[in-house]
Design a protein. Structure first.
Length: 69
């Protein structure tokens, strides 16, 4: 996911702001910052949509099985 946002969005946004909008080095940083903002938003969606109760129960069962063996 990080590679997708860093290379898929970061580099194009950096080039867009640097060359098209003629912002120079500040545009490069701005483009990368925007891509990182999208990455944070995407990770937040992944974290909020994960079935944490189910994951915790499965981990507890696996740990109990290890203790029996």
């Amino acid at each position: 996911m990080t590679l997708l946002f860093a290379y898929g969005l970061g580099i194009p946004f950096a080039a867009l702001f640097c060359f098209f909008f003629e912002m120079g080095l500040a545009g490069m940083w701005f483009g990368i910052a925007i891509a990182n903002g999208f990455l944070v938003f995407a990770i937040q969606i992944v974290i909020k949509s994960a079935p944490w109760e189910s994951i915790a129960q499965n981990q507890g069962k696996q740990k109990a099985r290890k203790n029996l063996i």
